[in-house]
Ligand binder design. Structure first.
Ligand code: NDP
Length: 329
């Protein structure tokens, strides 16, 4: 008889409650793959967009969501070297993590210091690699420059603040509530501004000596995109990482020309195929975590059966840090 496990299944796209808890076959690791007993899954905004069918790539159903996770290697497929059963690992795969067991290509194993808990390890890959590439690889930030971090108490936001401070940048953090701004300050943000403060553009300008931020990490999109340009310094860069508003942004080319602005998109999935940049990021991030300068921020944690609620809380802006689901409970 085929062994089974508990896992979440999406058979039609929509709001988070389309996900159902099911008994599913335990997956077998094929050539070049490993099977991991999943202890913690990091939930990203992208996971909720994928379930809704609104992600950057088409979502094929039926499927089990969950792209980043941590746990213990439980079986190793043919052709895999350097990974043993029993090893504690963090992984970045495509889908399948919201289950008791998940299979991932060996190349999807991300080195993380063994000092991290499973939840911290699951909170690490997507947010920290994305923040790194935004600040360093594409942002080319240099010491002392100002960076504007939106959704600053979220998973990517908290990672971005910590990394920016570790890179000697100055941070203006924006978020929707005072509690979220408190969290941003605790992580080192130099200046905080409420996302709906009517004076927000002026406040960012004042904080940055009248110039605006050299680097803006843009995750909201829609009507706010134009504002992000207004808060960017002349010759500054806007790194477009997300579109949480799910609205189309309007961009007048003259705005870019007049102040020599650069707008660059960032998608971690395609950055990961740049092996040199990925190696550099992994090296620096692992050191920063090992030295304690950077600590993945674990947010609310949920049992597997409460996955839909976890996704909904993330969409409703109720969460801070990385939302975690623990499939073994
Ligand atoms: P977060 O933990 O940051 O949660 C999302 C946050 O977005 C909310 O808490 C909220 O913070 C903010 N937000 C702003 N406007 C809205 C809105 N209209 N509806 C809902 N939330 C809103 O999630 P992630 O860290 O997973 O992702 C943050 C952003 O970064 C997302 O846009 C995501 O798609 C993007 N991202 C992109 C990656 C890439 O490769 N391009 C990789 C990782 C993340 P507040 O209440 O403070 O406004």
């Amino acid at each position: 008889m085929t062994p089974t496990m508990r896992g979440m299944l999406v058979e039609r796209l929509g709001a988070p409650d389309v996900m159902e808890l099911r008994e599913l076959p335990v997956p077998e690791p094929g050539q070049g793959h490993v099977r991991v007993k999943v202890e913690a899954v990091g939930i990203n905004f992208a996971d909720a967009l994928a379930v809704a069918g609104e992600y950057l790539t088409r979502t094929r159903v039926p499927y089990t969501p969950g792209m980043e996770f941590a746990g213990t290697v439980d079986a190793v497929g043919e052709g895999v070297s350097g990974v043993q059963s029993g090893a504690r690992v963090a992984c970045l795969g495509g889908t399948g993590a919201l289950a008791e067991y998940a299979v991932v290509p060996a190349a999807g194993i991300i080195p993380v210091p063994q000092s991290l808990s499973a939840a911290q390890a699951a909170a690490f890959p997507v947010s920290y690699f994305t923040a790194y590439h935004a600040l360093r690889t594409l942002g080319q930030a240099t010491d002392g420059q100002w960076v504007l971090v939106q959704a600053a108490a979220g998973a990517l936001g908290t990672a971005s603040i910590q990394l920016a401070k570790a890179m000697s940048l100055q941070v203006v953090a924006m978020a929707s509530t005072e509690e979220k701004l408190d969290m941003a300050r605790r992580l080192g943000a130099d200046v905080t501004v409420l996302q709906d403060d009517p004076e927000r553009v002026q406040k960012v300008k004042e904080a940055t000596g009248g110039r605006g931020a050299a680097l803006v990490l843009e995750v909201v999109g829609g009507a706010r995109f134009q504002e992000s340009l207004s808060m960017t310094a002349t010759r500054g860069r806007v790194i477009v990482i997300g579109n949480a508003s799910r609205e189309t942004a309007l961009l007048h080319p003259a705005e870019l020309m007049k102040r020599n602005l650069t707008v660059t998109g960032l998608w971690l999935t395609s950055m990961m195929s740049d092996l040199e940049a990925t190696r550099e990021a992994a090296q620096e991030l692992t050191q920063l975590i090992a030295s304690g300068q950077v600590t993945p921020q674990v947010g609310p944690t949920y049992a597997l059966a409460d996955s839909a609620r976890a996704f909904q809380d993330l969409l409703d802006r109720k969460t801070t840090g990385k939302v975690i689901i623990e499939p073994q409970r």
